[in-house]
Design a binder for this molecule. Structure first.
Ligand SMILES: C[S@@+](CC[C@H](N)C(=O)[O-])C[C@H]1O[C@@H](n2cnc3c(N)ncnc32)[C@H](O)[C@@H]1O
Length: 286
């Protein structure tokens, strides 16, 4: 167990010991599923050659590498994350791609003194895990130059995301689900656009815009029905409930059977396709 302290200690531990190794192992399928959503936010950032970009919660770094390609050799991208296993993977990928304009920092984006100044703050699902998002965005804002832009993608509510809600319902038939504070750090912490708009405004961002995007996602990147069921039991609230209750293998098998039945109608030649709902959030610094 690693020793961590500070306001985000729980999340840092989680992303090093539980979720990080899982994301590294499932890297290909996760990336294939969320790549189109990350690309939308990247497109909205309107990157130009030579710009400097901060990729917040960069994880395994595939967005960092793509940002590096978009800003070209005269630009620079720094990926910041708290997960050592994910950053190891990111650094290895950058090395094998020969990406000389990207670098990675193991740092808490809420509290660390970040390098800069950056032209763009970008994130794909990496900004919803701060204990104090207002403090985090005030800190991030300090790393941006006047005139800088922000573009990130985050999930809307669980209920608007069938690809995660259906597995959650399958678990709920067998186990009482924890009822977390909807604003607690986690994948859905930024679902409330009014709250996030206020956080960003308070941190000094202007022209904050939330664009709702609804997309059919290729769940598990187009794997078979059974592989997709296994994948879904490892993601989101369903996985958290099974882990926290230490569910017995027979119970997991019953959940798996229910989930398989629920998603089978969504399976086709391209794998399982289910709805996802995100916000693409853009803003600027004057
Ligand atoms: C859902 S993952 C997204 C990873 C990556 N952006 C992607 O799309 O593949 C969330 C990421 O945020 C990182 N994270 C969580 N809290 C953080 C913090 N306080 N500072 C920096 N990164 C953080 C996690 O370690 C994890 O890599």
């Amino acid at each position: 167990m690693i020793k961590v302290s500070g306001p985000n200690a729980d999340q840092i531990q989680y992303w090093n010991e539980v979720a990080g190794p899982k994301w590294v192992a499932l890297h290909d399928v996760i990336s294939a599923q969320i790549r189109p959503l990350g690309a939308l936010a990247m497109d909205r950032a309107g990157l130009a050659a030579g710009e400097r970009v901060l990729d917040v919660g960069c994880g395994i770094g595939d967005t960092t590498l793509e940002l590096g390609r978009r800003v070209g050799p005269g630009g620079a991208v720094v990926g910041v994350d708290v997960s050592a296993p994910m950053l190891d993977r990111a650094r290895a990928a950058a090395l094998s791609a020969g990406a000389a304009n990207v670098a990675f920092e193991n740092a808490d984006a809420q509290t660390a003194a970040l390098p800069g100044p950056f032209d763009v703050l970008y994130s794909r699902f990496g900004v919803m895990f701060f204990a104090d998002p207002a403090a985090a965005f005030a800190n991030l804002r300090k790393a941006l130059r006047p005139g800088a832009r922000l573009a990130f993608v985050c999930w809307r509510s669980l209920q608007e995301n069938p690809w995660l809600f259906v597995p959650t319902l399958a678990v709920a038939r067998h186990l009482p689900l924890p009822q977390p504070d909807p604003h607690a750090p986690g994948p859905f912490a930024f679902a409330d656009a009014a709250r996030v708009g206020a956080i960003l405004s308070r941190a000094g961002f202007v022209r904050v815009h939330h664009e709702p995007i609804d997309r059919e996602l290729s769940v598990a990147g187009g794997k078979s029905l059974d592989e997709t069921v296994d994948f879904l039991l490892q993601m989101g609230p369903a996985s958290a409930a099974l882990r926290q209750t230490n569910a017995a293998p027979e119970l997991v098998d019953r959940v798996r059977a229910d989930l398989r039945e629920a998603i089978a109608p969504h399976a086709g030649p391209e794998g399982v396709r289910m709805g996802g709902a995100v916000w693409v959030v853009t803003a600027a610094v004057d």
